[in-house]
Write a protein that binds this ligand. Structure first.
Ligand code: NAG
Ligand code: NAG
Length: 482
């Protein structure tokens, strides 16, 4: 290689940036995301072998076509409760995939089927369901390493036999993160980085067919563009109050700074408050020394449209009042809601989910191997329900989903392992934890699905995110509430 790997990465990234930004029209409502072909065509018997020989390269990986999932037998069971798990294989020469499992009591943990996507090493990231319950979209965290697509859309018209439908990527941004379904179809998806993984990222918008509608703030939005150039814009968390016409995004880390060579992870202390209809930033909200604001969520049913945000370095939960004004006239007031204590500080990731009534907040403290529970019935006096010093049977827990019937919490024991190319490699148990929620909101660790053994034929499975379906009433399927 004539250039160092880092330089060649930058060169490639610039090449794509130019290829995608200069000659193409502005992304309008019908703009097709540009698919990037694999760099090496698939030659059976040759490229399969090549995949095994190429070591993981820093920053840019050689784009050999992925190996298909080993043969499997799908089950004809039709459970009422289903978990969809967006999963990367332990051996990243294999394709990334969506696995489907029964969550019914009598057939719990039965493998139903899986669907391959035509990429590998994308580090499957978040997953969510469309408003009509007919499709899913999963994002890829590290698609830029192999210049692959970021968004992967699945048809779940037959919930027991999902099909891969299409994939897409944005023109200015990558590193796909949180996903919120639009009531009229389609999705908003945060992209934590630019095409080269640097700041600024973008808030992207997709239609119901999986076509890119826009990347916000738009290039022509000068105040918005100035805003994201001024303070690190690495949107990870995303929550939308469609009735009050506001969006909150939270800035986490500069993705490229987690990849080698790095001088250390660049963490952000900010959130952006947006006008939904105009897709414009209203203000920047700062949590002093927050050290990566990974997650933000509006509290269900809160009359003030208050939201919570997690400040990872501080191990704290902050509350945001987006409709209130500060003394300097800026919109969006924030204050400390709860300090999760010494074990919660600097735990790399703190993700959350709420009970549907907004009463209980569940928080995963990734490297502390712990799930915390807050009773937020009285926001002036949050009550912690878990014992902060209890040793829980989870390792590296991250994604959380309260099931539609509010009876269980689905927690996944995996965050991110960038491997040799990066510095984010958090320990994991690679399990789906199906935790019973007791009437008082507390956790009862009971059942698991071990992806390490389930997918041992490809080096194990790394489930990053889930979507939970409840088909108890087949005419009205229910899904997780965010
Ligand atoms: C919640 O209920 C369980 C089972 O009844 C009990 O063991 C636990 O102590 C309760 N937790 C709290 C915080 O009250
Ligand atoms: C724990 O799991 C068993 C099935 O293995 C189930 O029958 C039981 O209800 C679960 N416990 C609770 C408290 O939900």
């Amino acid at each position: 290689m004539p250039l160092g790997p880092f330089k060649s990465a930058i060169a490639l990234a610039l090449q794509i940036t130019f290829a995608l930004t200069s000659p193409v029209p502005k992304p309008g409502p019908n703009a097709d995301p540009l698919p990037l072909p694999p760099l090496i065509p698939s030659i059976p018997g040759v490229t399969d072998l090549l995949s095994g020989l190429v070591p993981p390269l820093p920053i840019v990986r050689v784009s050999t076509p992925p190996l298909k999932s080993p043969p499997f037998t799908a089950s004809n069971l039709k459970p009422k409760k289903l978990g969809y798990f967006w999963t990367g294989p332990g051996n990243i020469a294999y394709v990334d995939f969506l696995a489907v499992y029964s969550l019914d009591d009598d057939t719990f943990g039965t493998f139903i089927t899986l669907v391959d996507v035509p990429t590998s090493g994308n580090e499957p990231h978040h997953l969510n369901v469309a408003h009509d319950g007919k499709s899913l979209v999963g994002t890829g965290l590290l698609s830029l390493l192999k210049l692959q697509d970021v968004e992967y859309f699945f048809d779940i018209t037959d919930p027991y036999r999902p099909k891969f439908r299409n994939s897409g990527q944005a023109l200015l941004s990558s590193i796909g993160d949180e996903i919120v379904a639009k009531p009229e179809g389609g999705f908003f998806i945060t992209h934590m980085g630019s095409l080269a993984g640097t700041s600024p990222g973008r808030l992207t918008e997709w239609d119901s067919k999986g076509k890119l509608i826009g990347e916000w703030p738009a290039a022509a939005d000068l105040p918005g563009t100035a805003n994201i150039l001024k303070d690190q814009f690495s949107p990870h968390g995303l929550s939308i109050d469609f009735e009050k016409n506001i969006i909150l995004t939270s800035d986490f880390v500069v993705p490229l700074s987690t990849l080698k060579p790095t001088l250390g992870i660049q963490k952000a202390n900010t959130l952006r408050l947006w006008n939904l209809k105009e897709r414009k930033i209203i203000s920047t909200i700062t949590i002093p020394n927050g050290g990566g604001i990974q997650d933000v969520k509006f509290i269900p049913g809160n009359p003030d449209s208050a939201a919570i945000a997690t400040a990872v370095e501080l191990g704290q939960v902050w509350i945001i009042y987006p409709l209130k004004y500060n003394s300097d006239g800026t919109q969006g007031v924030t204050k400390l809601l709860y300090d999760l204590g010494p074990r919660a500080k600097g735990v790399v990731a703190i993700y959350t989910d709420f009970s549907a009534d907004g009463k209980f907040l569940y928080l995963s403290l990734t490297t502390a191997n712990h799930i915390a529970v807050l009773d937020l019935s009285d926001l002036e006096h949050p009550v912690r329900l878990d014992d902060p010093n209890e040793i829980q049977p989870v390792i590296g827990v991250h994604s959380l989903r309260v099931t539609p019937d509010q009876k269980n919490l689905v927690a996944l024991g995996y965050f991110v392992q960038e491997g040799d190319v990066g510095i984010l490699n958090t320990p994991a148990d690679y399990k789906v934890h199906y935790i019973d929620l007791l009437p008082n909101g507390s956790l009862h660790f009971n059942r698991t699905i071990p992806f390490q053994t389930e997918f041992a034929n490809r080096g194990g499975g790394r489930p990053h995110f889930s979507v939970i379906a409840d088909l108890t009433d087949p005419a009205h399927p229910k899904f997780n509430s965010y």
